[in-house]
Design a protein around this ligand. Structure first.
Ligand code: SF4
Length: 271
């Protein structure tokens, strides 16, 4: 089964699996409810592309339990995605666990486990980040990293997608992901101002509830609202000042937890 994140790596992984004629039994896209519209559209288009080539359609799965998106969960609890606090619970709860639960009810997986075999999970880590490709084998799953096997980095992935005649997927992550860079936040502001307002609402709701005592905001040390205010102010006065003052803001926490829909480890973690 393939963990599909609707980003460049996992799209290239599948494109090359198709080109090589390697079989794939299931393709799972764990939806936090917070992807950008273009990501959902891309996954739908790519699913049709796969089906037309005899491969399974992409299955969109969601977290079980209370039917709410990660955004709704943050607002209900007046908190931020856990990555802002240096943890990975958001990706575990909304991406890893739904995939594992889905597999628990997938007849081929059950048959494999009954026969003493393991399900192979394909994950799109590439040669630029080999340290991530070390998920420990579990009782049920063993992990395979085709891009590493092929010696592919980001450039090869982009070329493979283009060679297949497909458009490149855009940024794939929650629109309020703490790992977003300042450039990505500004891109969100430009392309999806409505989503930026929703992201800022998550941040301000947590702040008003007094739940930002250990971090400044969505970007951990970076408060997105303050950053946007500064940009607005600078743009109104002197655009150059904005570029000079970007250095005042620290880099975001590295996602690590979510990488094109997968996790850099499969360990379960408390919220
Ligand atoms: S994309 Fe970011 S906010 Fe969304 S689940 Fe992954 S780490 Fe959490």
């Amino acid at each position: 089964m393939v963990s599909y994140g609707a980003g460049t790596n996992s799209t290239a992984l599948l494109v090359e699996m198709v080109r090589r004629g390697e079989p794939v039994d299931a393709i799972l896209f764990a939806d936090t409810g917070g992807e950008r519209p273009g990501t959902y559209a891309y996954a739908e288009m790519f699913s049709a592309w796969l089906v037309a080539r005899g491969y399974p359609a992409i299955i969109k799965i969601k977290k079980g339990g209370i039917p709410e998106t990660l955004e709704q969960n943050c607002l209900r609890n007046a908190t931020l995605p856990s990555l802002a606090f240096g943890r990975k619970a958001c990706s575990h709860k909304y991406k890893i666990e739904p995939q594992d639960k889905w597999a628990n009810n997938w007849p081929p997986a059950r048959a494999a486990w009954t026969a003493g075999q393991k399900v192979v999970k394909l994950i799109g880590y590439d040669i630029d980040e080999p340290h991530r490709a070390a998920i420990p084998e579990s009782e049920k799953f063993v992990y395979r990293y085709p891009l590493l096997e092929w010696g592919w980095g980001r450039d090869e992935c982009v070329r493979a997608i283009a060679a297949a005649g497909l458009p490149q997927p855009g940024k794939s992550s929650c629109f309020f992901c703490p790992s977003m860079t300042k450039g990505e936040i500004l891109q969100l502001r430009k392309e999806h101002p409505d989503l930026l307002i929703r992201a800022l609402n998550i941040e301000s709701t947590a702040k008003e509830a007094g739940n930002l005592q250990t971090v400044n905001g969505l970007g951990r040390r970076l408060n997105w609202g303050e950053f946007i205010e500064l940009v607005d102010e600078a743009e109104a006065n002197d655009p150059t000042a904005f570029f000079l003052r970007q250095q005042d803001f620290p880099n975001p926490p590295q996602c690590g937890a979510c990488y094109d829909g997968a996790s850099d480890d499969d360990e379960q973690e408390a919220a």
